[in-house]
Design a protein around this ligand. Structure first.
Ligand code: FAD
Length: 287
């Protein structure tokens, strides 16, 4: 179907975008890569009166270092993420997960910020942002605010962004291999390029034979991305081995509420969460 008619604005700065949004009335939508929004508009599930296209806002693109963090501009495309040397060094979990998103065409247009703002529980990047304790930098009419990942994903397709606001950047901690960090994104889907039925994002830090920090995010195990907190707690401080990782991974589905759908029943998803967590942590820990 062809989308309903809409007005279109293409600002070049964040301030200009905020003004256009503020002036646009009640029915304004931000357009990033359009890879989720345009299909929804074509189905006429959304029919905004005004689309504010952020693709010309250069300040929203790219990756920069800020002390112990990397800040990724919201309009940085998935393809840009895959090519970025800073992310390759300090955020390889994001790079791995981004490499599993869709196909080259979608990755060329789709953006990191758009994927997070859309907050699809089957999307691969929200669980990564949650596992990394990312911070979301949001601009609005009253200035800027920062929201922790744990407070950003509120419900199915629902985030802490409110009308009039733009997600401008995502701050990630630097987790480098030479500081003991290992990572793995384990995605389970039926065919290449499909959405995750379940996926697990794992980052663990080893010192000698022990895990000193564990961060595990779960994709598609509830209406929002989740942390496998029980598994994380069970991993820290133990001598790392296949047995200890398997025992900890057995708790990966604790507190989850996955859906039943054509791809999988909830109990199968819970089984997958355990299996994929074991695989992800085993690989991240270098076993
Ligand atoms: C065929 C296909 C397969 C896909 N497969 C996968 C997959 O396997 N895994 C996966 O994770 N994703 C997948 N995707 C989704 C893809 O990752 C999209 O890029 C992403 O969901 C949306 O990003 P976008 O930049 O296109 O955002 P858009 O579609 O432009 O926007 C999405 C939503 O976010 C809002 N928004 C966007 N940017 C901002 C911002 N800066 N501030 C505030 N709100 C904003 C928009 O208003 C809209 O509501 C797939 C998409 C397609 C078309």
């Amino acid at each position: 179907m062809i989308p309903a008619a809409f007005d279109y604005a293409r600002p070049t700065t964040v301030d200009e975008a905020l003004q256009v949004i503020a002036d646009g009335g009640d029915d304004v939508k931000i357009l990033a890569g359009g890879q989720s929004l345009i299909p929804v508009m074509r189905l006429r599930l959304a029919a905004p009166e005004l689309l504010v296209d952020l693709t010309r806002v250069e300040e929203l693109r790219g990756v920069r270092e800020e002390g112990h963090q990397l800040v990724v501009g919201a309009m940085t495309t998935h393809a840009d993420v895959l090519a970025d040397p800073l992310l390759a060094r300090y955020a390889p979990l994001l790079v791995q997960a981004t490499g599993t998103v869709a196909d080259r065409q979608v990755r060329r247009r789709g953006t990191f910020g758009g994927a997070l703002a859309h907050a699809d529980p089957a999307g691969d990047l929200p669980a990564v942002a949650l596992a990394l304790d990312a911070e979301f930098v949001i601009a609005g009419p009253g200035g800027r605010r920062t929201v922790a990942a744990a407070d950003f994903f509120l419900d199915y397709l629902t985030t802490a962004l409110v009308d009039g606001e733009i997600l401008v950047g995502i701050a990630l901690p630097k987790l480098a291999a030479d500081d003991g960090w290992g990572v793995r994104y384990e995605k389970f889907n039926r065919v290449a390029q499909a959405w995750s039925i379940v996926a697990v994002a794992a980052a663990v830090r080893r010192e000698g034979g022990r895990i000193t920090e564990a961060r595990i995010g779960l994709t598609n195990m509830g209406p929002t991305p989740l942390r496998a907190s029980a598994t994380e707690a069970a991993l820290v401080g133990v001598d790392v081995s296949l047995e200890t990782v398997t025992a900890a991974a057995a708790q990966a589905a604790a507190g989850t509420s996955p859906s039943n759908d054509l791809n999988a029943q909830a109990d199968y998803r819970q089984h997958l969460a355990q299996v994929l967590t074991r695989r992800a942590v085993t690989a991240a820990a270098g076993l």
